[in-house]
Design a protein around this ligand. Sequence first.
Ligand code: NDP
Length: 325
Amino acid sequence: MTTIQGKAGTDFDGAWDPEKTADVLIVGGGPAGLTAALYASRARLSTLVLEGGVVGGQAAITDRVDNYPGFPQGVGGAELARMMEEQARRFGAVIISDMAQSVEEKDGLFVVKGYDPVYKARSIIAASGAEYKRLGIPGESELVGRGISFCATCDAPFFRNQKVAVIGGGDSAVKEALFLTKFASEVFVVHRRDALRAEKVIQEEAMANPKIKFIWDTVPLSVKGDNGVSAVELKGVKDGSVCDLDVSGVFVFIGTRPRSDYLKGLVTMDEWGNVITNDAMETSRRGIFAAGDVRQKTLRQVATAVGDGATAAFSAEKYLETLKQ
Ligand code: NDP
């Protein structure tokens, strides 16, 4: 999910002059960041986007997006991301393969350290999104990439005609379980309660799918296997019973944590690291705005991320005007 596609500091199809100061530097090229880039570049602000992984963010690695208006038959996540990117580039936004490591304020400018280069900007929009949480159980770190995955869209084809487990009961877990049924012979959704958190329409689809079996009130204790996953050890939370479920893949979708480490000490966050903003997407620090999954909000969706991105760019434009006065 976070593979660097190009050399750090290089545009995916050009170069950014490090001596240049961006009017708006956007950290993250998901739906929030790309929408902010579209609005900022249309306002004729010099706009630089740093994306450390895949342009389009989590949406780009989602098989299908069915709840983004304007696509009555749904749209492939990668296709939606590609169109958002093309639209932002059309108005002059530059998108660079790099990840913000830290931000400091110096001589009235923000200095953003990437993997190697340093970027200067008059304002920042943090749209760095969130990453999937890990279980923190024995076997997990050893078997990531060797049977444990956080992206069904990326890895499902490796599990053709095999049994897999999905951990979690939210939108991600249930949607990815549905996607896995295209390849796996059986998909076990292991959930710690007896009711799903996922959207009702997704729940109904999963319940009707004969390849999906739900294992309720159960948590994973460990993942077993040497060179690959052979089983996940499960514990019933109500009766304490322990058993092994033989599977060759474990897909973990137990929620996300915001990617906000590079802003620590600079802006106010909640106890989980979500950046706190007002309705104008302003953070506690003048000149820094936040949009999308990285901020404290109630609904994390593509539809809400694009609204945040547009608002953040509008607020950045207003802020930049105050600098000229
Ligand atoms: P959520 O936080 O919505 O769900 C996490 C799930 O994992 C919950 O069912 C939770 O259980 C369970 N869980 C949490 N911690 C553990 C643990 N330690 N062990 C076992 N189970 C655990 O995360 P998602 O990634 O599903 O979604 C994140 C956001 O993205 C949400 O806002 C979601 O709506 C959105 N999203 C929307 C999609 C869409 O197509 N509409 C697709 C994907 C994501 P419990 O329910 O008991 O808390």
